[in-house]
Structures are given as C-alpha cells and as structure tokens.
Design a protein around this ligand. Structure first.
Ligand SMILES: CCS(=O)(=O)c1ccc(CNC(=O)N2CC3(CCCC3)c3nc(-c4c(OC)ncnc4C4CC4)ccc32)cc1
Length: 276
C-alpha cells in the first residue's frame, strides 16, 4: 500500500466518526472487558476449582456443621454470602458503563441483582457427579446445611445450580450472563431507567455476539428461563431471612455483616455500599 495512505483512509473511515450503533470492535472490546473483570473478580479460577473438586468434607466434618446451632450456621452462610457479594460489587464496577450510572442506580442494581449473580457464579462450583458444592474450603452435599432449617430453600438452590451447571456455560458465557443479570432496567426504584437500558442493550449485543460466535444461540431462551428461577430463589432467601430474624433478631442486628444487612434486611439504613 502507499505509505501514509492508510492515515488518509482512517481519517475518512466512517467508523472513526460518531456512529449511533455500537461497531463490532466496540462489542468485541465490551466482551473482552466483561470477561476480564469476571476473571479478576472470581475468588477462585476454574483451574483451582478443578483441583479442589475432590476435597470433600468427611462424615465427621459434616456432623460438626450439622451440630452447629441454627444462628451459628446462618451467621457462617451470611459471612460467606457477603464475601461472594463483595466480589460481585467489584465485578459490577468494572462493567463498562456501570460506573457512569447514577450512584443510587448502581446501588439499586446491586441491591436487587447481587444475590442473583452470586447464584449464577456459584453454579461454577457445583459438582454434578456427586451433587456437591464448594463451601467453606471443601465440597459438601445439601445435608451439610441441615441446621439452617431451610431444607426447601437449600433443595431449590441445589436444583437451580444443577440445572445451570448442566448447560455447561463457558467462563465467558458466565461472565456475560452475570452482567446481563445485573444490568436490568426493570429493577425497582431506578432513577434513570433509560441510561440503564442503554448499558443493558450493549451487554445484550455482547452476549448474543458470543453466543452466535459459539454457535449456541439456543442457550439464549434457556438462560432467560433461568432468570425467572433466580427471581424466585432470591425472594425465597428474603422470606427465610425474615423468618430467621423473628427468632434471632440480635444475631442479625449485631453479628451479620453490614453489607448483608444493607442488601437483604429491608429496614436497615447502613450505607456500606457507598464505597462503590
Ligand atoms: C463464586 C466465585 S467462586 O470463586 O467460584 C467461589 C468462591 C467461594 C466459594 C465458597 N462458597 C461460598 O462462598 N458459598 C456462599 C453461599 C452460601 C450462601 C449463598 C452463597 C454458597 N452457596 C452454595 C450453594 C450452591 O452453590 C452451587 N448450590 C446450592 N446450594 C448452596 C448453598 C446452600 C446455599 C455454595 C457455595 C456457597 C465458592 C465459589
């Protein structure tokens, strides 16, 4: 080519001028940055989890968990859930466009979506061969959570995890599906719904782009069905928490992590999430 001519071409390249629709490079970059932030904010990478896969709690260890009091086991799960949510907050902050939303809308999206993203992410650590989940350092079956006295909720979370795990999502699909779950313009109490919708549209384009590239468009409607299940699991979680809080108000008030209370206990006014 003639030296310097590419400069000329670039100057008139229509893509370099403002264009209302995201270009393919913009979508590719969006896919890459969401995937990067998912990787950087997953407490364990897939390789580590593969190695940990066969570290299973012994009978004695399971009994020790089952002998914990209800409020002790609830506290442990609340702490573990809050750890997982902290990483989801970091993930959200690195989704292009999320930080440009209003502070209140960022908090509203995290309040309503962080548990859903945790449940999507936890499906990475579900072992379908023995129906165990990685919890507190090793893999455990549902019986480990017996003292929570939430058998139906635990069973539903195990079923959900099994179903999502069965779709064999790639890490990039988990990353983009998590972003889609989080950036939801239908969430309650959003101040600038249109701005959330614009970020959402880009994430949807990125998601359909990689499903097309992976030749797995059929996943789209299966994953949208999972979104409805996520909603039910989260309301079940809130219902169980309200029930537990009736019996152990002091435990919830003074021993649960502040971020957990801000996200899941309706009438708390703590503002730990301001650290966005
Ligand atoms: C996510 C990033 S990661 O790097 O892959 C990652 C990082 C850490 C862990 C450790 N586990 C953990 O913190 N937690 C928290 C909680 C308890 C309360 C809710 C969420 C939970 N839940 C499950 C879980 C289920 O995970 C697939 N599936 C069914 N049931 C359950 C529990 C009975 C609720 C399984 C682990 C688990 C696991 C994975």
């Amino acid at each position: 080519s003639i030296p310097g001519s590419e400069m000329g071409l670039r100057a008139f390249d229509p893509e370099s001028l403002f264009c209302p629709y995201p270009t393919s490079t913009h979508i590719e970059e969006l896919c890459a940055s969401i995937f990067r932030s998912h990787r950087e904010t997953s407490q364990y990478c897939v390789e580590e989890l593969q190695i940990l896969r066969w570290k299973i709690f012994s009978r004695e260890e399971v009994l020790a968990y089952q002998n914990k009091s209800m409020d002790e086991m609830w506290q442990l799960c609340a702490v573990r859930l809050t750890d997982a949510v902290q990483y989801v907050v970091e993930f959200a902050k690195h989704i292009p466009g999320f930080r440009q939303l209003g502070q209140n809308d960022q908090i509203a999206l995290l309040k309503s979506g962080s548990m859903e993203v945790v449940l999507v992410r936890m499906s990475r650590i579900f072992n379908m061969e023995n129906s165990t989940v990685f919890f507190d350092g090793k893999f455990a079956g549902p019986e480990l959570f017996k003292s929570l006295a939430c058998g139906d909720f635990i069973a539903s979370v195990f079923d959900f995890s099994h179903g999502l795990c069965a779709l064999r999502l790639t890490e990039q699909q988990v990353a983009l599906f998590s972003a889609l779950v989080l950036i939801n313009a239908d969430r309650p109490c959003l101040e600038d719904r249109d701005r959330v919708l614009r970020v959402r549209k880009d994430v949807e384009l990125a998601f359909t782009h990689i499903l097309h590239r992976d030749n797995q468009e059929s996943l789209l409607h299966k994953l949208y069905q999972k979104v409805a299940l996520l909603k039910n699991l989260c309301s079940l979680h809130i219902e169980k928490l309200r029930w537990f809080r009736q019996y152990y108000p002091v435990t919830v008030h003074s021993l649960f992590p502040p971020l957990y209370k801000e996200l899941f206990v309706s009438d708390t006014d703590t503002h730990t999430m301001v650290t966005l």
